[in-house]
Design a protein around this ligand. Structure first.
Ligand code: FAD
Length: 321
């Protein structure tokens, strides 16, 4: 593996970058090497301190005005130059839309391999990175290793829990680099209006499936969500086929990890379960006693959701009032 040294983590999303540090920490420990976070942009001192608290031994800060906004070609040029100069062994990249784009192009520039959307990563006895990822709609797991370094992997958000922050010492290294101006000019970035807490951040999620007959019947869900201060979720067919919602929970949708998940009229197909299996407590309501969702549930309610949901709301209101 030559003189390659160090595990790097990069994401343009700060929270995901902290998750990557949690992923990279045991890899760096096993390789007896440093864990570095890479920051691209301008004034980054505060961010660097935060990343050190979250596990980075070193923060590499590329300071260049052309990196203030995410432009794929400038970020790619910066990471390529930096990797060629410093020779990291492993580069972990957040699997955002930008991150996936970046990782595959970086692998091409560095003439190495990239494994996308990894859910487990470890170092084998010979020091090579090994990754696992779910494929074929959740029906198979691919285990892959590398033949060349740097070994690049992308990791989706919420795959790893951030480490608890604590005061640590670490180095922030500022690197000056000349970079060409981006070829695309960003005219405006407008924040979308978001009224609710994001479902990925919700502590309680009440999820509906095809067992719900009409969109209006989500009024039961809304009432329960209001009572428990939770968020409403749904399976993919309610979004894709019935067009009631624009997103869904599952392998191809949002991954959630609430303290409480209540699934109503959901069969529990693997593609849905892949997005909610990390919920702490799972309650499932289904009229089919053989429903697969019961296999991952802590509490099973066999029956009609149209009877059970209003009864739960009524009882909760009595208890909470
Ligand atoms: C490539 C691919 C990716 C996919 N990704 C996702 C994904 O990310 N997320 C996702 O959700 N799906 C995904 N799917 C779809 C997935 O395979 C299932 O089809 C889907 O999850 C099923 O949704 P459901 O449970 O709502 O519906 P169904 O499977 O039809 O289940 C409905 C359930 O409701 C119960 N029921 C009916 N009436 C009542 C009632 N009155 N009271 C109580 N229970 C009742 C039934 O017994 C049944 O178990 C994907 C599929 C593919 C091919």
């Amino acid at each position: 593996m030559g003189e390659k040294k160090g595990v790097w983590a990069f994401s343009e999303n700060m929270e995901l970058l902290k998750e990557l540090l949690a992923c990279g920490s045991p890899l760096a420990a096993k390789l007896d090497t440093e864990l570095s976070a890479v920051l691209l942009g301008g004034d980054m001192k505060e961010k660097a301190n935060e990343l050190i608290k979250h596990g980075a031994d070193r923060v590499l800060i590329v300071d260049n005005p052309n990196l203030r906004a995410f432009h794929i070609e400038t970020c790619l040029a910066a990471l390529t130059k930096l990797a060629k100069e410093k020779n990291p062994q492993i580069i972990l990249i957040g699997a955002t839309k930008n991150g996936k784009d970046l990782a595959s192009r970086l692998a091409t520039r560095l003439q190495t391999g990239c494994t996308p959307d990894c859910s487990q990563l470890f170092v084998d006895e010979e020091g090579w990175l090994t990754t696992k990822r779910i494929v074929f709609s959740g029906n198979a797991i691919v285990t892959a290793s590398y033949l060349k370094t740097p070994q690049i992997a992308t990791i989706p958000s919420r795959t790893f829990e951030k480490l608890e922050p604590h005061e640590r010492t670490g180095n922030a290294e500022k690197i000056s680099m000349s970079l060409e101006e981006p070829k695309v000019k960003i005219m405006k970035i407008e924040k979308m209006e978001a009224t609710d807490v994001k479902i990925e951040d919700a502590k309680i999620v009440i999820c509906g499936g095809r067992g719900v007959e009409k969109k209006e019947d989500f009024s039961f869900f809304k009432e329960l969500a209001r009572t428990l201060q939770g968020q409403i979720g749904n399976t993919r067919p309610l979004a894709e086929d019935r067009k009631w919602f624009s997103s869904w929970v599952g392998l191809s949708g949002k991954k959630i990890k609430p303290a409480l998940y209540i699934g109503c009229g959901i069969s529990g197909m693997i593609q849905h379960v892949a997005g909610m299996r990390d919920s702490q407590v799972v309650v499932a309501i289904n009229k089919d006693p053989e429903a697969a969702i019961f296999e991952v549930a802590d509490y099973i309610l066999v029956g009609d959701l149209y009877e059970i949901l209003p009864a739960i709301v009524q009882e909760l209101k009595k208890t909470l009032n």
